[in-house]
Design a binder for this molecule. Structure first.
Ligand code: CUA
Length: 153
């Protein structure tokens, strides 16, 4: 085998090992995972489509919590919620217009909210306090004011 061929084979294999190591460490050490559950939803009928006909916090009979949030330019509905610490919360988020994000600062919840799909994500807040939700997908002129508050009690 030509020497240069060996070198490039080594670089190629090395890059693959580095890539898989980073992927493995982020998945198993830091718990990074793709967002779960994408269900189709008609963005024009979002306010009539359960669970978004009733945005807010819902406590289920099994004691778990669901939060339904509508994202639209340039706000979240509701824009302030209260949830308990240490409980499993399932967020359901959908957009009524363009692509937004649902990013809870200082957590690993960072959802891309594409119109036409409902996105689902479980999260348990360990620490009490106020958490800021921001939109990090550019969605128009007032994108930077789009936010909501989650108070964990
Ligand atoms: Cu919504 Cu940026």
């Amino acid at each position: 085998m030509h020497k240069l061929e060996k070198i490039w084979l080594f670089i190629g294999t090395g890059a693959l090992v580095v890539f898989l190591t980073i992927l493995g460490v982020s998945a198993f050490r830091f718990g990074t995972e793709p967002a779960t559950g994408h269900k189709p939803i008609d963005p024009t009928k979002i306010t009539e489509t359960p669970p978004f006909d009733n945005p807010g916090v819902e406590k289920l009979p099994d004691g778990s919590y669901q939060v339904h949030v509508i994202a639209r330019a340039f706000s979240y509905e509701p824009n302030k919620i209260q949830v308990p610490a240490g409980e499993k919360i399932t967020f359901h988020v959908a957009s009524a217009d363009v692509t937004h994000s649902f990013t809870i600062v200082d957590t690993r919840v960072n959802l891309e909210v594409v119109p036409g799909t409902m996105i689902e994500k479980e999260y348990t807040f360990k620490k009490k306090g106020k958490y800021l939700v921001i939109c990090n997908e550019y969605c128009g002129g007032a994108h930077q004011i789009m936010s909501m508050e989650i108070e964990v009690v």
